[in-house]
Structures are given as C-alpha cells and as structure tokens.
Design a protein around this ligand. Sequence first.
Ligand SMILES: Nc1ncnc2c1ncn2[C@@H]1O[C@H](COP(=O)(O)OP(=O)(O)OP(=O)(O)O)[C@@H](O)[C@H]1O
Ligand SMILES: [Mg+2]
Length: 315
Amino acid sequence: MPLNDILTDGPKLIMVGGKGGVGKTTCASAIALEAATQKRRVLIISSDPTPSLSDIFELHIGSTEKRILRDLDLYGLEISSDVILNKWKDTFGDEIYEVISSFANVEYDFVDYIGTAPGIEEEYMLHFIIELVEASKYDLVVWDTAPAGHTLKLLKLPQLFLKHMEAATKFYMNLYSYFEKIKDAIRLKESKKTLLEIIASWEKLAEKIVSFIRDTKKTRYVIVTIPEALGVSLTERVIREFRENGLSVDYIIINNVIREADCEFHKIRKKMQESYIRMLAERYSYIKLVELPLFPEEVKGYRKIEKICKLLFPK
Ligand SMILES: Nc1ncnc2c1ncn2[C@@H]1O[C@H](COP(=O)(O)OP(=O)(O)OP(=O)(O)O)[C@@H](O)[C@H]1O
Ligand SMILES: [Mg+2]
C-alpha cells in the first residue's frame, strides 16, 4: 500500500521517526518533495545533530530556513540541540528565571540547566513548528526527527516538568499566604503577571501542543523501519509509547526490502525479511504498511529522492 493518502486533508505536520540509519531522512525528504510538487509550501526540518538534509539534497542548509529548489516551494532547516536550546531560552528563559528566582536564589545559568531536562527539546520543536504553521508561513512541516529510540517522550515529560513547577510554586505561595491578602497579587518584577498566571500560561501552551499533536487532521506519524529483529522491536516499542500517549502511528515504511534475490546470500536475507514483514502486517493490521526496496546505491541528490518519491507515491 503506497503513501499517497498521507497528504489528504492537508495535514500541517508529518513526523518521521525510527531507529538510527533506517532511512528517516530519505523518506522525510521524499514526502516533502511530493508535497511541494503538489504545490504546497513545505518546510522540512531535521533535528539531527549531523547535517543530514544538506547531505541528501547536496547543498548547505543550516540553521536558518533555506529554499532547496528553485521551482518548488520546498524549504529546509537543520536545527541542532544547542540551537533549539538557545531559541527556547530566548522565548521562555526570562519568564522561567523570573518565576524560579522569585522563590529560590538561583543564577540565570539555572535556566540552561532546566533546558536540558528531557522532553524540553521536543516540546520546544513542537512549539516552534506550531508557531510556523499558525503564522501560515508553510502549509506543511515535515519533521525528520533525531535518531533516538524514544522519539516521543514529548508528552509525558514537559507535563511532568510543569506539574513539578506548579507544585513548587504552590508550595511557596502557601508560605506567602501568611500575607493572605497579597497572595494572588504577588507580581513579578518584569512581566507584571502573577506567578500563578505565568504557570497557567505555560500549562495552556502545553495543552495547545498536546491537542495539536493529537489532532489527526493536522498531524500524521510515520515510522521508518527495516525488516530485521531490531527494527521490528523498536517499532513495537514506539507504537506502544504512542498509544500510551493517546497518539497513533499512521504509516510504517519498511525500508531496504529485497525484491529480487538471485544468489543464495540474498535468498536467505529475503526469506528473513519476509518473516519480519509478515509479523508487522499481522500485528499492525490497522496501520498502513508501505514497502520500499533496497537500492544498490545510496540515496543522494534530487534525482534519487525523486525516484523514492515515485515509489512512495505511485501515480
Ligand atoms: N532504500 C534504500 N536503498 C539503498 N540505500 C538507502 C535506502 N534508504 C536509505 N538508504 C541509504 O542509507 C543511509 C541512511 O539513510 P538515512 O540517512 O535516510 O537514514 P536515517 O534514518 O535518517 O539515519 P540517521 O538515523 O543517521 O539520521 C543513507 O546513506 C541512504 O542513502
Ligand atoms: Mg537522518
């Protein structure tokens, strides 16, 4: 089954995840190219520490949005963890510092420390993507995620972090409640908002992100895998994590599939692959499986991506 209907109803975000080296960047690039060919304004973002988009499109992309093709509205952005952390700090740093420093004696560096909390990076990326989408700058963002085994801790952890902040703040508010009357009126120096107002605005933001990523009209999730034991077990884990977070995987792309085996070596591999493909098909009959053949050569450059595109989106 091909990938054609992934663009139906105009999703705003397509997230491509999976184990390291299985073909995430390759597939994300092909999906982005197809959407741009269909006249959408598309941004492909890679949050990989290595400049993988630059590699595959054979041009320097980097950490500011860059047009990839002259004739199509296809843009790219490579954004590493430290760039994300800096952007996060620019957006939320002052407020967070204000809140914490109102009840604890900490240096501003503490904000850096908070920024390294697990889940912050993903949440910030989503925040960043939602802002782009809401500003109507792009019709679609394709996110080629970093090769972490657990791409999607992004729901639980930011919420835990917020809960923690909220609890700490409430605790200090209770101390302040000696001054019962001024309790709700403790205003922070800069923002003129009360502590609880700020916490409430963070919560609202987290809720907005959660409802965006759970909105099946706006988001689609693709897992790329290979028909081998490790690929299959990681896929199972990701699907389970997704489910626990109220998300569902829409497509599994099984990459590197051997189509024709004309020697003993490939015959054995093909047989092994078939058993894993069958396993995935039986276990996940409700998810669309898309097979992509193994090529003798690597996928590099526009022509090759186009070739993948034609296989994933047959006309
Ligand atoms: N179907 C295929 N046939 C042959 N080579 C492929 C195929 N798919 C991907 N490749 C090659 O495999 C390598 C890894 O692919 P890719 O960079 O897309 O994986 P990735 O999941 O993004 O990796 P990482 O986890 O490191 O980001 C690349 O050299 C790519 O050209
Ligand atoms: Mg990659």
